[in-house]
Design a protein around this ligand. Structure first.
Ligand code: NAD
Ligand code: WQD
Length: 346
């Protein structure tokens, strides 16, 4: 059984490649490395002791993608590839629509030509509107608040239209909450370019002494300690959710949507405390103004994934923090090799 993984060199993609290989799947990876490094895939091979074909290509390149489908007998696709930074999408909306929408349209078109109609798509909790009651169920109102979120919302709609147009399609849309953590080996993890935007990579770089202190955005939210609450999920639990989703699309046609979260929220202050407790490192912080666009609470209703996919997240906050820290401590420069750093220093 061969699975095409788009964006397989990225954070969630690389962890899912490990779990796919360990579950016995063959994989083929395509990535343009716009936000990742080929080194991540070398390390997937190192962790699993398996090799697999890797193609450096942009999904929008129809001809290059078709050659991959010519060369391999693909049974299903997991589509991670895309741009994901909310702030960047506000500054460069056309770039986000171009990259995320067109790459998905080309992918689905080529899949259809080659008769591959099984797809798992990476969506996001960011599609939910700000006014929804907590926890967020899959039928909660959808109203993304950024160009990035709207690409996910629009792609979900396109996939629903596709499933209606041709009953042979089998599609699983997964809405991730806040992925954090890293593989136990400490060899793969989240590798943000420049100064991180998200809490966990920022917090771990503060703990490592690379950044001076964490700004806690907002201390006056209507939450028990006044800081924002999110549903953080370990990236390996998330990766395992994809294995379950694949099982589902192998068996039945149509389209389904599932939240992937833990169902438990943690505030920013709780995350800092968990990190310090799990790692022994100190995380200096100060309170700052609310970050524009943030909401007070985001937390998943996970019942549908439990009953529909037979999946639940099992890793708790301390494991998320320990694994993030192992990755951060062992790879202070992420995947950037010393040779490369030397060249850029010149
Ligand atoms: P990532 O940036 O680490 O990985 C995405 C990968 O896609 C990268 O390797 C990038 O080089 C590749 N890519 C981007 N555009 C491409 C294109 N046109 N052609 C080929 N390759 C391309 O991101 P991630 O955190 O692993 O996220 C994976 C998916 O999950 C994304 O679609 C993202 O929007 C979604 N998601 C992520 C989060 C999160 O917080 N990390 C939350 C919800 C949803
Ligand atoms: C978490 C909490 C911040 C940084 C984002 C995207 C979303 C999805 C997941 C892709 C919030 C607070 C953060 C910092 C802080 N990605 N914070 N200081 O905003 O919930 O979701 O990633 O689909 O689309 O928007 O995650 O990690 O940025 O923030 O206090 O330096 O941490 O205010 O309460 P967010 P995050």
């Amino acid at each position: 059984m061969a699975i095409l993984v788009t964006g397989g060199a990225g954070y969630i993609g690389s962890h899912t490649c490990v779990e796919l290989l360990e579950a016995g799947y063959e994989i083929v990876v395509v990535d343009n490395y716009t936000n990742s490094s080929p080194e991540a895939l070398n390390r997937v091979m190192e962790i699993t002791g398996r090799t697999f074909p890797v193609y450096e290509l942009d999904l929008r390149d129809r001809g290059a993608l078709a050659e991959v489908f010519e060369a391999h007998s693909i049974d299903a696709v997991i589509h991670f590839a895309g741009l994901k930074a909310v702030g960047e999408s506000v500054r460069s909306p056309l770039w986000y629509y171009e990259m995320n929408m067109n790459s998905t349209l080309v992918l689905c078109e080529v899949m259809g030509i080659y008769g591959v109609r099984r797809l798992v798509f990476s969506s996001s909790a960011t599609v939910y509107g700000a006014s929804g009651d907590m926890p967020l169920a899959e039928d909660s109102p959808v109203e993304a608040a950024s160009p990035y979120g709207r690409t996910k919302q629009m792609i979900e709609q396109i996939l629903q239209d596709l499933a209606v147009s041709d009953m042979r399609w089998s599609i699983c849309i997964l809405r991730y909450f806040n992925p954090v953590g890293a593989h136990k080996s400490g060899r793969i993890g989240e590798n943000p370019a420049g100064i991180p935007n998200n809490l966990m990579p920022y917090l771990s770089q503060v703990a490592a002494g690379r950044l001076e202190q964490l700004s806690v955005y907002g201390s006056d939210y209507p939450t028990p300690d006044g800081t924002g609450i999110r549903d953080y999920i370990h990236v390996v639990d998330l990766a395992l959710g994809h294995i379950r989703a694949l099982g589902q699309i192998m068996d039945c046609a149509g389209l389904d949507i599932y939240n992937l979260g833990t169902g438990r929220g943690a505030s920013v202050l709780e995350m800092i405390a968990s990190f310090e407790q799990a790692t022994g490192a100190k995380v200096p912080y100060r309170f700052a103004a609310r970050r524009p666009g943030d909401i007070a609470v985001s937390c998943a209703d996970v019942r549908k994934a439990r009953y529909g996919l037979g999946w639940t997240a099992s890793r708790g906050l301390s494991e998320m923090c320990e694994d993030t820290w192992r990755w951060q401590a062992n790879n202070p420069d992420g995947y950037v090799s010393h040779e490369y750093r030397f060249m850029t220093d010149l």
